[in-house]
Every structure is written in structure tokens, then in C-alpha cells.
Design a protein around this ligand. Structure first.
Ligand SMILES: [Zn+2]
Length: 155
């Protein structure tokens, strides 16, 4: 009545291997999930922890993001037609931030014209002639084609 004709060692070894394998599997399964969850939620923090300088830079950039996005990287550009000086920042093709000041909007012939015709300059974001001047400034290297100063979201 002995079912084990074979050497018990092999059977036991096979079973232990199977158990080991099974145990390893069941133990392994939740591990990657937990790791993945943990890595997903704190990957940024851990990455920055490895690089405190970058962490500080990112924190500073985030903190001052709005201000820097609006003011940093602005470069003065003279409107060639009106000789009004405005602060300009190119964010990319077709996306140009122009910061008008009171003097510039007073000097700008286009805005003066609009005022003369009773239009509200507030409704007009930019002098079209200034747009040409901006393109010239970029072409002459006076203005960055795409501002490198403030990363809006720090990629
Ligand atoms: Zn103008």
C-alpha cells in the first residue's frame, strides 16, 4: 500500500519547489502593485529628493510661476512706427506676450488712432505695426524667438 514507489526525495523536492514557486508567486504578485502605487504617487518627490537643487528650483518656479510667467523674460521692443517701447516675450510661434505701459499706449499711433475713432484700446491687445517690429526684433536677434527665461510649467 505504499504509493511512493519513487524515491521520496524527488517528490518532496518537487513539492517543495512547487510550494516555493507558488509562495514566491503569491508573494511576488502584490509586491509590484504596491511598488507601482507607491512609485506613482511619490515619483516626483523621490526624484526631487535625489536632486534637492532641482527640487528647490521647481518649488521656487512653482511659487513664483505666475509672476515669472508674466514678467520674466520680457524684453523691450520699440515699435518702429510709433517708437513706443513695450515689453515683449515670445512664448512661441504665434504666441507673443506684450506688456503695454501707459507711456507706450500713449505713444502708439495705432492706439492713438483707435482713441481718435472712439474705440477702446483695451479691446485691442496689440498694435499690428508693433507685431511687425517684434518680428524684426526676432529676425535681428534682439528678441528671443521663444523665450527661455521662465518655464511655464517646467516640463
Ligand atoms: Zn504701435
Amino acid at each position: 500500500m505504499s504509493p511512493n514507489n519513487q524515491p521520496p526525495d524527488v517528490d518532496r523536492l518537487a513539492r517543495s519547489m512547487l510550494m516555493l514557486h507558488g509562495d514566491h508567486d503569491s508573494h511576488d504578485e502584490p509586491a509590484p502593485a504596491a511598488n507601482g502605487r507607491r512609485g506613482g504617487s511619490s515619483s516626483k518627490a523621490s526624484a526631487f529628493a535625489d536632486d534637492p537643487e532641482r527640487a528647490a528650483a521647481v518649488a521656487a518656479a512653482t511659487q513664483a510661476d505666475r509672476t515669472r510667467y508674466l514678467t520674466s523674460g520680457l524684453q523691450p521692443v520699440d515699435c518702429r512706427f510709433c517708437h513706443a517701447t513695450v515689453n515683449v516675450k515670445r512664448l512661441g510661434p504665434g504666441h507673443t506676450a506684450v506688456q503695454w505701459n501707459a507711456e507706450a499706449s500713449q505713444r502708439c499711433a495705432y492706439f492713438a488712432e483707435l482713441r481718435a475713432t472712439g474705440e477702446h484700446s483695451a479691446r485691442t491687445r496689440s498694435c499690428p505695426k508693433l507685431g511687425d517690429s517684434i518680428e524684426h526684433a526676432v529676425a535681428e536677434g534682439c528678441l528671443e524667438a521663444v523665450s527661455t527665461a521662465p518655464p511655464a510649467g517646467d516640463g
